[in-house]
Design a protein around this ligand. Sequence first.
Ligand code: PBG
Length: 325
Amino acid sequence: MNIVQRPRRNRKSESIRSLVRENRLTKDDLIAPLFLIDGVNKKEEISSMPGQYRFTAELLLEEINSLSSLGIKSISLFPALEAKYKDKTATLSHDLNHFYQKAISAVKENFPDITVMTDVAMDPYSSDGHDGLVDDKSGEILNDQTLEILAKMAVAQAQSGSDIIGPSDMMDGRVGFLRSALDEVGFKNVSIMSYTAKYCSSFYGPFRDALDSAPKGGDKKTYQMDFANSKEAIREAQLDAMEGADILMVKPGISYLDIVKSLKDHCHLPIAVYNVSGEYSMIKAAEEKGWLNGDQVMMEMLTSFKRAGADIILTYFAKRAAELL
Ligand code: PBG
């Protein structure tokens, strides 16, 4: 048969396939999200996220040590507070003596070369379970009043040694507001990775179990994005870039590869993608049932983020991927 074009020639052996491979996942791309609790010597498995734990500080350091020896250089830290410590205005979020702030300092003291990203949003500390301040009468999430609290939180995290502030709250104007709050007190070199296109997603379910942070009333639709929209992501990205963000993030990951690609094409900043809790749990559950090969599906998924244009991947699979890479 006279077939001139035979694409299969470029697939005929692993060595040729590796020569023509367009995208590669490396350990350099990965950020491991980790959960922190108060206390000593506790490590609790998160029931809806098998293989993921809430650690107290000294066990968190051990975990970071093993991640670091596997070649993971960046972590993102989330606190899980007991309900009795949560309040309306997220008071503990900017207390320098709180266990979260103290753990940030401990990580930087023990691992100065590890990049520590910290989370800015009210939900882990809020008795309302929202990322912003809730107006008791109307139930409205108050944008501008929230910014004042987020700024205190960002400054406290920077004072504790955070390298990258990660606003995950989706309030309007927060990147610019946090940038000037940080600059005013001299933290010009603290970066901002904005959760730029953060969608209102049911894929966050297991994370809210991990933090016990589900909203007490209503939902997050007035601040997180409608999953039917894509142009709005470009608008958010342009605003964050103008306001001084260093890195733009898309969240969740697998159902949002088109958004990753679109931001990559429209923006000149590095693009991160957050492979969220529900995406992790789905694969773990199917693997436990023997329905698919978890490691293979993980690698395929992580590589698809690179193919879509992501420079950085936040993933609960970071440790496992590093073991295999
Ligand atoms: C909230 C926050 C959420 C996640 C990170 N920060 C959940 C939410 O918006 O309710 C989700 C991460 C995940 O699902 O892995 N500020």
